[in-house]
Design a protein. Structure first.
Length: 136
C-alpha cells in the first residue's frame, strides 16, 4: 500500500490505529540513498570549504605523481564511461549493406513493416531468419 499519496492526517491515524512505526523504514531508506551516491554526488554535497580542501590536493605541481593504478572496479567504470555511445549491440553487431529491391516489393515491404510496427530492416531481418532456418 502506498501511503505517501494520502493526506497527512490519514497517514498519522493509520499509523496510530495499526501501531506501525515507519520511522525505521524511512531512516533505512535514507541510509541506502546516502550509500548509493556517486563520487561526484558526494563531492557536490560537501560545503564550499570542504570542496576547497578536497580540490587543494590537485592544485600543487606534479599531483599526478601521487596517483595509483585503477582498481578493477574503477577500471570497469572507466571503460564504461570511455566506451563510445550509440546503438546497443545485437548479436555480433550490424553491417550496413547496399541492396537493390524492385520498387513494388519495397512498397509492400514498407507497408507490412508499418502494419506490424517494425522498421524495414527488422522486417527484412525476420524474413531472412525465417528463410535461413527453413533451409536448414
Amino acid at each position: 500500500m502506498i501511503l505517501h499519496n494520502y493526506p497527512c492526517f490519514l497517514f498519522l491515524s493509520f499509523k496510530y490505529l495499526c501501531g506501525i512505526d515507519f520511522s525505521l523504514e524511512l531512516s533505512n531508506k535514507m541510509k541506502r540513498q546516502k550509500q548509493n551516491l556517486t563520487p561526484a554526488g558526494r563531492f557536490l554535497k560537501l560545503s564550499d570549504a570542504e570542496k576547497t580542501r578536497e580540490a587543494a590536493e590537485f592544485d600543487r605541481e606534479f599531483a599526478a605523481d601521487t596517483f595509483r593504478p585503477l582498481t578493477p572496479t574503477q577500471r570497469k567504470r572507466w571503460n564504461r564511461i570511455k566506451r563510445k555511445m550509440g546503438r546497443p549491440r545485437i548479436g555480433r553487431g550490424a553491417k550496413v549493406i547496399s541492396l537493390t529491391i524492385e520498387k513494388g516489393l519495397l512498397n509492400r515491404t514498407d507497408a507490412l513493416a508499418r502494419k506490424q510496427k517494425l522498421t524495414r530492416a527488422a522486417l527484412i531481418a525476420r524474413a531472412l531468419e525465417t528463410v535461413l532456418s527453413a533451409a536448414g
